[in-house]
Design a protein. Structure first.
Length: 116
């Protein structure tokens, strides 16, 4: 494969904010990881247990994915966020989780209006 660097993961390998593509040394299946704080992974394609330092690095860049949502989808996400308010941790700054969710929803709704 021309896009594969023949180097393996090292102790200084970093994933970056968009993740990093690595290849299974057994089947060359591509896998995306977002960190390297693991000792080994099982390849989802060939099911081989591969130690961290045997995975191959690729030269392929990881592209940023942008998804445009219509207004109905945004509103559905906002209402879902309201439904999951019990999962938001309470802090000294925002003691009431509902206030925190309301602020997030207001910012998202304002952004939605700006894009109309």
């Amino acid at each position: 494969m021309p896009d594969v660097t023949q180097t393996t993961v090292t102790k200084t390998t970093r994933a970056g904010s968009r993740g990093k593509l690595i290849l299974c040394p057994h089947c060359n299946n591509e896998t995306k990881v977002f960190h390297f704080s693991w000792l080994g992974l099982i390849c989802q394609h060939c099911k081989a247990s591969v130690p961290k330092y045997e995975w191959l690095l690729t030269d392929k860049p990881v592209n940023k994915i942008t998804i445009k949502l219509d207004e109905d989808t945004w509103r559905g996400l906002l209402f879902h966020l309201r439904d999951t308010v019990e999962h938001i941790p309470v802090s000294n700054v925002e003691p009431d989780p509902w206030d925190c969710v309301t602020k997030v929803i207001n910012v998202l709704e304002n952004n939605l209006r700006k894009h109309d």
